[in-house]
Design a protein around this ligand. Sequence first.
Ligand code: ZN
Ligand code: ZN
Length: 390
Amino acid sequence: MMEYNEKLRHLSDLQIQEVIRKYEDKKYKLADIIEEYSIDVKPKGFYNILPLQVMEEKCEYCSCNLVKKRENRSGYYYKNENIYCENCGHTIISCNWRNEKCYCEGCKEKEISLLNERRALIEEYYGGNSVRFEFDKLPLKYQIALYNAMITNENHNTHVLAAMQKPTIDLIKDYNMMLENNLILVSPESSINAFDEDEFPRKVNISLATFDINVDFTDEIVTALNDKKYFSIPEYRVEEKVDIWRELIYRDVLDKFKTMLEERDLELHISEKADEKFRELLMEVSYTKLITICYRVATKLSDRVITGEMNRRFAVNTAYTNVTSYFRKAEEEGWIINDSKYEYAGEKLKTFIRDVLGKNYSILKEIASADSLNYRDKWEDDDPHIIMKF
Ligand SMILES: [Zn+2]
Ligand SMILES: [Zn+2]
């Protein structure tokens, strides 16, 4: 049974019910209620001596009835009072836009046991053993992805990748590729919020999780990687190097071509056929010349659209094919295609050239091929004829 405030104790239960009913009905003046029931309180303090409202709902921890403060008749705004347990303090927060939570003993214990349950599920799902790989047996593209992940990771070791500090699209792609191939494994030690609530624990937020590196490194490999000498040995994985080099050029050029078109209010449409032809072009033309060609094509198309010679849709649809046809035409006509500045190459391409090929960026003036890798320092760092702005 609830204890009433001492200022109400001279009243019977029935009278107290009346007092409450009259308080809630604004047609009764506060001063009149106080006088009628001889309550020794100022109208200002009246609200505070009102008995709490007892709810039907019971506390989930101690089974007492939950209570709630009555609505204040002089409140300027409607305040959604919390429902709580007078015995253990458990509180049901009614209007939780501030994301508050209850810190009663019951809730604290419940949270801990929920966390333990989740940790056990994570351990069960991710704690198993997996066949380990040896670093030097991996394809070059996996080696490079792992190397990039390790050097950009704050852990600086070959065992565990800490949660990403600067997740980039590129890094996330690499992590996904490594995950799919079991080179890295979601660590059961990952922060609990790395696991998706709805698809727990299967779905993981890749930028919040930590990963165990499922690859073994010998001391010699670690030393060579640290000294940036592992990949740059000229004979090392030449064919794979060239493939990755071409792929990086492909992505970099397309990315820049897209920007050039967008700056001219055009777009890049990639059809399968044009893409195939463009990839063939990578075997015949250097990065710096490809950029020049893209620049010419973007400018030419945009000029034609502006002068009304060509409609925009046609320009958009043919832009990509035009890169190849411009080069073929140049070959036929004997046009000279100047080299653009290689300094504008993207970071990923540059890092690859520096750390994996062990070359100067000026190698971008060469066609990506095994032959080009054998030339040494024949490129002069002269000023290019065309200065590009992105
Ligand atoms: Zn309780
Ligand atoms: Zn609680």
